[in-house]
Design a protein around this ligand. Structure first.
Ligand SMILES: [Zn+2]
Length: 365
């Protein structure tokens, strides 16, 4: 179902609407208003930001009855500024390249309605600006600020959605992805299968052919299971869940279980590969995971940037230091920064060529 975007632009002023043009739209940031007072709806935020009293703003305010644009989509809003950033994906000043969407949490409103409108708006923005689900970020992902709190703190996720923060975030991403990539009628599977696959990542692109630059057919989401037909170029040909295409074979993203060989001769032992990630199950503690994986609690926390011992079922923990490839990265650059040779880096990751793609996850140790 679709919604209308209403527009009521605040006046140009130095504090909330500088009138500066965005340097292209590279991503969409989701926020919450953090204002739980009754009446703190989209219109109230229009009135507040139109006064131009604070150095803050956002393009959109969504409440349970409307989607309101208060700053044009090609202008800067001050929603994601900080002294330092967790990513360089959106340039050195993300306010210049990102659109901000604030979800209202005013008392008395129907949060489910706010949620539905926000999911629709984010998908609409990503679509209209030629972006993928990978360019949907939480404020937290860019600056580390705990926002929106129902996607970063279990207390607020329970309060608004009755689930953990990681589950709430995954649900939002999944619902946006479902609008972005409605499952296409899948051609019949090839008939052969070499095993099964479970998706570990929150959202994983499924592409038309065995290339990381091939057209995206859809997005597989965490926990979904697929039949695997082939492996090629570090990708698996999968089918299931109304999808049929190729996805990354990275063990950080997927868990592959080979089909037992029917051959009568004793099966050759599967190559032993050190697990690079661990998916948290109910009842897990960091200490227990450390015992199971042989990686110290201290290292698990360091690698995953955990500030406390809080983990949730479904969380994927990396067990080795990794680097997520950004646009412009080179193997030489990544190797040098991490005191490795290019040869060592390639060996660690089983790379046969020097080609890396944004979004690839490289093991560094
Ligand atoms: Zn925010």
């Amino acid at each position: 179902m679709g919604y209308q975007i209403e527009q009521n632009l605040i006046h140009v002023n130095s504090h909330t609407r500088p009138g500066t043009k965005l340097k292209g739209v590279k991503g969409v940031v989701i926020h919450w208003t953090a204002n739980e007072a009754a009446g703190a709806d989209a219109d109230a935020h229009f009135r507040y930001f139109d006064k131009g009293l604070v150095y803050a703003s956002a393009h959109f305010f969504v409440d349970s009855g409307k989607i309101l644009r208060i700053i044009p989509e090609n202008e800067v809003a001050y929603h994601v500024g900080a002294k330092s950033y967790k990513t360089t994906k959106y340039g050195t000043y993300p306010n210049a390249t990102m659109i901000g969407v604030e979800m209202c949490v005013n008392a008395g409103a129907n949060f489910q309605e706010t949620w539905k409108r926000s999911v629709w708006l984010v998908a609409d923005l990503l679509k209209r600006h030629g972006l993928s689900i990978n360019e949907l970020e939480r404020h937290f992902d860019i600056t580390g600020k705990s926002c929106p709190k129902f996607f970063t703190e279990d207390y607020y996720a329970q309060k608004y959605l009755g689930m953990s923060a990681s589950a709430a975030h995954a649900k939002f991403v999944k619902e946006v992805a479902a609008i972005l990539n409605p499952p296409a009628p899948a051609p019949a599977p090839t008939g052969t299968d070499i095993g099964t696959l479970e998706i570990l990542a929150g959202g994983l692109n499924v592409r038309e052919s065995a290339s990381f630059s091939a057209k995206i057919e859809g997005v597989a989401t965490k926990g979904q299971k697929f039949t695997v037909h082939a492996e090629k170029n570090g990708m698996y040909h999968i089918s299931g869940n109304k999808l049929n295409g190729w996805c990354s074979a990275g063990t950080q993203y997927v868990k592959f279980t080979a089909k037992p060989k029917p051959a009568p001769k004793p099966a050759a032992p599967a190559p032993v590969s050190k697990a690079k990630s661990y998916t948290v199950v109910k009842g897990d503690t960091l200490w227990g995971i450390s015992r199971k994986t042989g990686v110290s609690v201290e290292n698990i926390k360091k690698i995953n940037g955990l500030r406390n011992d809080l983990i949730n079922p479904g969380d994927v923990l990396y067990l080795a230091k990794v680097h997520v490839v950004q646009k412009g990265d080179t193997l030489w650059g990544i190797a040098t920064k991490n005191k490795l040779s290019v040869a060592q880096l390639k060996k660690l990751n089983g790379l046969k060529s020097d080609t890396i793609n944004p979004g690839d996850v490289l093991t560094l140790a």
